[in-house]
Design a binder for this molecule. Sequence first.
Ligand SMILES: *Cc1c(COP(=O)(O)O)cnc(C)c1O
Length: 427
Amino acid sequence: MEQRSQELFERAKRRIPGGVNSPVRAFQAVGRTPRFIASAHGDRILDVDQNEYIDYVCSWGPGILGHAYPRVIEKVQEACAQGLTFGAPTEKEVVLAELIAELMPSMQVSRLVNSGTEAVMSAIRAARGFTGRDKIIKFKGCYHGHSDGLLVKAGSAALTTSVPDSAGVPADFTKHTLVASYNDTESVKKLFEAYPQEIAAVIVEPVAANMGVVLPAQGFLSFLRDITRQYGALLIFDEVITGFRLGLGGAQAYYDIQPDLTTLGKIVGGGMPIGAYGGRSDIMQMISPVGPVYQAGTLSGNPIATTAGIETLNILKADPQIYTRLAEKSAQIAQAVKAAAGNRVTVNRIGSLMSIFFTKQPVTDYESAVSADTKQYAAFFGYLLDHGIYTAPSQFEAMFLSDAHTAQDLAKTCEVMTQYFRTFKEA
Ligand SMILES: *Cc1c(COP(=O)(O)O)cnc(C)c1O
């Protein structure tokens, strides 16, 4: 039954482009009706037709504790009663900035914004202001939000909608964006050799998670660290997904690489809209009002959002074993899929991030990611949905685990997935 979702979707399409406020939600790549969600608790989401699903989207990452985590909700409710926004500094912003600096020591100084997109946009501006250079290097298939200069060979929904790079972005705005191949050190070297004095920064998802999950090859991140230093460019880790997900210290702690600047989003807001960017204090001193790089926000550091962020980070900090549990859960699913599907799929997994690619070849970069068969993924997705399991409606997104996923629900998930691969031998 999806009657009410269907009705809402029809209404939505009249007033909202494609009926959704972010493209991947439209289920376009999988040819199904998007579920309109009524509520969510723990690892379950409930749609407006009363269908319940085990959720592996987790709001695309923020839901690391599961939905409607009681302590977070309680604190948010308390904060709401004190006023929603003041447009003036609050103690909570200081507490969150201190927590970020404690958990991610490379982020000595940080600024809160309202989304990952804003965080990246601002970090790039800071890097350009600091270095006095214009060009940046990004990687094919990495997604850094929807700002003009970064919508070049972007991943995420840009991989499955018909416009891989966006209309409405003047070519002049992206002429300073150079594109290299993920895990391909030669492609980066060539760009630095071509523009030795002009590259302000290299921005990378230290674990790519917007072309499906693609792990950095051994030595790739340390190579980026070295070459940026060598040429006087900055290294920016976009940890909007990996921050507080791969571990408390994010990918930079996991791989022991210190970037100059880091961008955060998703988990740092605990389910509310927050982004953050920060890093070396000499770079962050470039930001207005102390420096010449302008960046501002009416609702930035909003007391409700900072409350959700602080509570979430404190819960993670108090229970770091959560990361072991998360990794075990995703390993359980990965093993079940491998056992049932054999070499029909390639599973990439790290911590609680995972992708099941419908391709036989190893997936190490954009080209190998897009070798995956999106029709087979769509069939798999549809089967899971029909069996009460809600996964990303695109081959090129991650599967997210939360601490709320129960042993019972994980077992059910493994069973349904196993059944799928047994039943559809040709898939
Ligand atoms: C989600 C994401 C962004 C954009 O964040 P929004 O909050 O959606 O603007 C940027 N970078 C990465 C790596 C992301 O996964």
